[in-house]
Design a protein around this ligand. Structure first.
Ligand code: DGL
Length: 259
């Protein structure tokens, strides 16, 4: 395995680009390949076995492109499938999970909120993690409909704002002072969320932590790309690429492809 090989990332759709952005910012010399499985989004409503099968299909594609490490840029796929992926494939995996720890450490009201998909909140991995936090109250909320709206590019819509109000206001009322975004699509909602929750409520996502972890694992495996040559960033979606291009802010190397 050469260290100039790409970092492979996948998500159920376009949301994992929030993770890609954090990784690209920290590791600009790394080549990357991002897969948006938008045709099959949302994963959050699917069974564990379906999520494992779809995740395997994405990993097969990334390994065909000789990726040196796989970042599961999706909380739902991580919490439901990462164990099975690690057992099946001989490549390092980085997963993302809702950032409960930093929220619990920062909370002064001892009350944190987690907005995530049903698949994440129902997973064994997430529930085992929650059980270890006994000194903080954790308010869980499924973000029904949010991923679908983001995939359609309706981030600033009235429908989005109305759903967010329904999900977030009860958490604010219950004294939450940290909100964990437990889905890689949700960082794109931060401006809309900011309009609904009070200023003192901190919003916590996993992007930076995942980027640091990716760097550490590459270092550990001697896979960090030391070359200062211009890196290549490739994006594939199995749906219409319009929204993906919009949220990336560019259209170079963004391809529609069946996988
Ligand atoms: N970005 C995925 C996550 O982090 C979205 C899940 C979905 O497709 O429902 O959970």
């Amino acid at each position: 395995m050469s260290n100039t090989n790409s970092i492979g990332l996948f998500d159920s759709g376009i949301g994992g680009t929030s993770i890609w952005k954090a990784i690209h910012q920290l590791l600009p010399h790394e080549n990357t390949i991002y897969l948006a499985d938008s045709k099959n989004a949302p994963y959050g409503k699917r069974s564990k076995q379906e999520i494992i099968d779809l995740s395997s299909k994405n990993v097969d594609f990334l390994l065909e492109q000789n990726c040196k490490i796989i970042v599961v840029a999706c909380n739902t796929a991580t919490t439901n499938a990462i164990k099975e992926l690690r057992e099946k494939y001989d490549v390092p995996f980085i997963g993302i999970e809702p950032a409960i720890k930093p929220a619990a450490n920062q909370s002064e009201t001892q009350t944190i909120g987690i907005l995530a998909t049903k698949g994440t909140l129902n997973s064994d991995l997430f529930n085992r993690q929650v059980e270890s936090y006994t000194n903080v109250k954790i308010l869980e909320q499924v973000g029904y409909g949010l991923v679908e709206l983001i995939e359609r590019g309706q981030i600033d819509s009235t429908e989005m704002s109305n759903l967010l109000k329904i999900y977030l206001r009860p958490m604010v009322k219950a004294n939450m002072d940290c909100l964990v975004l437990g889905c890689s699509h949700y960082p794109y909602l931060i401006p809309a969320i900011r309009k609904i929750i009070p200023e003192h409520v901190k919003i916590i996502d996993s992007g930076e932590a995942v980027a640091k972890q990716t760097k550490a694992v590459l270092e550990k495996h001697n896979l960090l790309n030391e070359s200062k040559a211009k890196s290549t960033q490739l994006f594939y979606t199995n749906d219409d690429a319009t929204v993906l291009k919009t949220i990336l802010g560019f259209s170079d190397n963004v391809f529609e492809k069946d996988f």
